[in-house]
Write a protein that binds this ligand. Sequence first.
Ligand SMILES: [Zn+2]
Length: 108
Amino acid sequence: MLSEDVLNQLKRIAQQSPKFEACGLVDDQNRVHPVKNASSTPAQNFVFDKREYFTFLRRLHEEGAKIVCVYHTHPSGSTLPSKADKEFASRFPHPSLIVTKDSHRWVK
Ligand SMILES: [Zn+2]
């Protein structure tokens, strides 16, 4: 579903954020778009910064590109989804991916 190159980029993002969860989206042109994590507790969860997210959506729409998935990283190194992750995945209209520096897992 995702290219090896995209997965490696995401793992690097996880590696570069050892304390806080990093989040963003991947589009159908194999581009990774980080979005600021606006959570008040970014070590435990993620919330897209609304302004960055809507700017991204507008640009994507203008370019005719589509979202493939949303990702966020787990600094703990575990890819197990939290309760909030499962709720988010069930609400969000695109597949949801958890990434660590050396692994990944789709949230069902
Ligand atoms: Zn999570």
